[in-house]
Design a protein around this ligand. Sequence first.
Ligand code: ADP
Ligand code: MG
Ligand code: ZN
Length: 483
Amino acid sequence: MTQYEPVIGLEIHAELQTNSKMFCSCSADYSNAPEPNTFICPVCTGLPGAMPVLNKKAIEQAILVGLSLNCSINEFNTFARKNYFYPDLPKGYQISQYDLPIASKGFLDILDDTESPMRVVVRRVHLEEDTAKLSHEKNYALVDFNRAGVPLLEIVSEPDMRTVEAALSYATKIRAILRYLRVNSGDMEKGVLRFEANVSVRPSGSSELRTRTEIKNLNSFRALTRASAYEIERQIKVYENGGEVVQETLGWDEAHGVTVSQRGKEDAHDYRYFPEPDLPPLQLERTWIDDIKNQLPELPDAKTARFISDFKLTPSEAHLLTSEQTLASYFESIVANSKSSTKTIHSWIAGEFMRYMNDSGLALEEINLPAEKFAQLIDMVTDKTISGNSGKIVLNEMLKSGGGDPQEIVKVKNLAQVSDTGFIQEAIEKILSDNPKEVEQFLAGKETIIQWLMGQVARATKGKADPNVAKELLVKALEERRK
Ligand code: ADP
Ligand code: MG
Ligand code: ZN
């Protein structure tokens, strides 16, 4: 049986976080519009005679993205009309870039399905405008132009990915970079970041590019992976049955888990691209590009490498912390305020802290636990003022109340750890005389019973006994009983 290899190329649409729209001064923050069709003007509703004017901030953000994806920035830019008729497109064309995109020929290094590094070539990054939003009602459709004309960036990869995991890894990393650059929130539920997967399959070992299908409007990582995996299987079956894959545009039916045909192949000539007559070519000054280059933040790869070398973390520990810029700087603030090791701090963040974030559904920005307080708490566990378990209780208390002084909480909850041997000794003696059967088992050689007895000690002392001291005393008390 023939083995098949998937070939995947991604097109990613990202709205830019500018104040105003791409070609007019209307607010681009349409999710905060009071009502549909309030953030509109003659330009973004396509009234005859209205003239577009370029948004400088959008160009700056596009350059930031291009540089971050290792692209060359094209100093000479032109805009083009991409013509098609649809009710969400008031002008009957979208202003886009065609033969001269703002950035091209870049790359992004990712980890594939076997965690090995691989390079995906970024073919081009170009500027365009978003469309209006349609809502389909029973017998009619409504159109809201608040989104029409919002700056949109399209990032197109070469068909370099060979597994669904690699495509996911590429998409995830693009999202992280856009968030690092603060040009896109990455909030896929709001539709500000959308994927299109181009998928084909070919016999393993072959280097031909076979006919592809394009799955549009994938609004989550889950949709991206499920739709691509489905399409790979579907195409393999077509070839296995002696058929041919037809080039077409597909949609993803999330509820039924299938791709559905939307329309047949469309080529560039179907869009009748021609130069936008209302916008002169855009010549970028080299010095401006260099200024923008100087504004680039430390990006995920560089940060990960620094975390590994400076903080002695493993690649996967570092990777977790640098997945979000805010998380990475939170970690760094805790490190700066704490005497505990970076490994210990990492495990508090990766463990109890992230569990709280997951359970509560809160984003880091919504949690207001100052790094100094978190550092203080971790240090209290490190210097054995409180046990690890009590530390978790205190942390959750601080997270719930949005701050609070860890020392105060320890006092109020009476959690301070006791290494006073008299107090622990007393508890142990009582436990041993209450549980003669277990003592006998221990004396008969069942050492594992110690775990159970330690549990009793923790319970009797309300978790305040220093476990090392308690264990030592417990073993001693048991050995005493041998005599
Ligand atoms: P255009 O849309 O201008 O015709 P292409 O068809 O070459 O451009 O590419 C559009 C997207 O499809 C790109 O992301 C590219 O990587 C991807 N792609 C092109 N050919 C294939 C293929 N045979 N299999 C999978 N993806 C492909
Ligand atoms: Mg496309
Ligand atoms: Zn407008």
